[in-house]
Design a protein around this ligand. Sequence first.
Ligand code: SAM
Ligand code: SF4
Length: 330
Amino acid sequence: MATLFDNHGRKLSYLRMAVTDRCNLRCFYCMPEEGIRYLPKKDLLTNQEILRLVGILSGFGISKVRLTGGEPFVRPDIMPLIRSLVEIPGIRDVHLTTNGVLTAPHIAELSKLNIAGVNLSLDTLDRDRFRAITHRDEFQNVMRTLHALLESSIPVKINAVVMDGKNTDEIISLVELGRNNPVDIRFIEEMPFNGEGSHYNRLEWTHVRILDHIRAHYPGLAKIHDPEFATASGYRVPGFAGTLGVIAAFSRTFCGTCNRIRVTAQGTLKTCLYDAGVLDVRALLRQSADDALVSDRLLQAFLSRPKDGFEAEASRQSNPVSESMSTIGG
Ligand code: SAM
Ligand code: SF4
C-alpha cells in the first residue's frame, strides 16, 4: 500500500466525505434557522463518483473514510453507498457522523457491514433545549438511535459542541453518560462555520476551560493514550466504562499531525478545514475518465497543504470563514 505524505511530512490517510449539504436539523452553530441555499442535486457527487474518487484515494494510502454532511441519512442512496464503500480494497475503516434523527432503523445493517464507528451528535440531554439548539423537536429519535447504537457492536462516540450560555451546565451530565456506557464523549470547541460568520468576539469555552471544568468535578481524571492522529485529547474518569475527549477545533492545537483531507458536498477538495477549498474534484471527475490525470491533480494539492489552520485561514483573504459546516462535514 502506498503511503502519502504532504509538503510538511504529514502522512495523509483519512478522508472525510460530505455526502450532502441537506439536513433535517438546524443547529444554530452550523446553519441559520431558515436554512442555507442547498445545492442543486446535480451538483452533489453521485455514488458512482464518490466510489471512483475513494478508489483513487485508496491507491494513495487513504484507508479510513468518514461519511458526513449535512445529514448522511437524508441522502436517499446512502445505504447503497456504504455497502459499496466497505468493499473497496484498501479501505479498512468506514465511519459515519450523524445527528441520529433517521439512523436507528439502519443500525443492524451497519453493524453487519462492520462499520468501524458512529459519531452521534448530541449537545444536550434535555428535549426543550435540544429543540432550542436544533430548531427541531427530534430529541426522542436521536435518543432512540443512541440506545440502538449502545446495544449494537458498533463503537460509539458522542460529539457535543460546547456553546457558551447554551449547554455548558450539561457538560458534567454528558460526561456521566460514560459512567456505565462504553462511549467516548467528545467536547468540541465551537467554530465559526455557521453559515453567517462568527457570533462571538472571543471563544469563552476553550478546550482549557472545558477540561478545567471537568477536572474540578472529577479530581481523579486521568490522561489516556491518544491514538495516532487523534484530534481529541482523551481522558478517563476512574471507574467509568467510557472515556471523554476535548477537541480544540477552534484553538487548532493538533494541526502538526493532521492526516485528513476533506471533500465537501459540492465535490471540492479541502486540505485543511479552514481553507476555502483547493480543487474542484467534481469538475475533474466529470471532465476526465482518466484516473491518472485525477490522481496527478490531487497529488499537486496534497503537496501544497497549509502548515496549519491559521495559515489556511489567512490564505482565504477576502473570503472569511462563514460557510455552513453542513457543506464541509465538520
Ligand atoms: N449532520 C451530522 C451531525 O450533525 O452529526 C453530520 C454533519 S455535522 C456538520 C458534523 C459535526 O460537526 C457534528 O458533530 C456537529 O456537531 C459539528 N459541528 C457543526 N458545526 C459546528 C461548529 N460551528 N463548531 C463545532 N462543531 C460543529
Ligand atoms: Fe445538521 Fe449536523 Fe449541521 Fe446540525 S450539525 S444542522 S445536524 S449538519
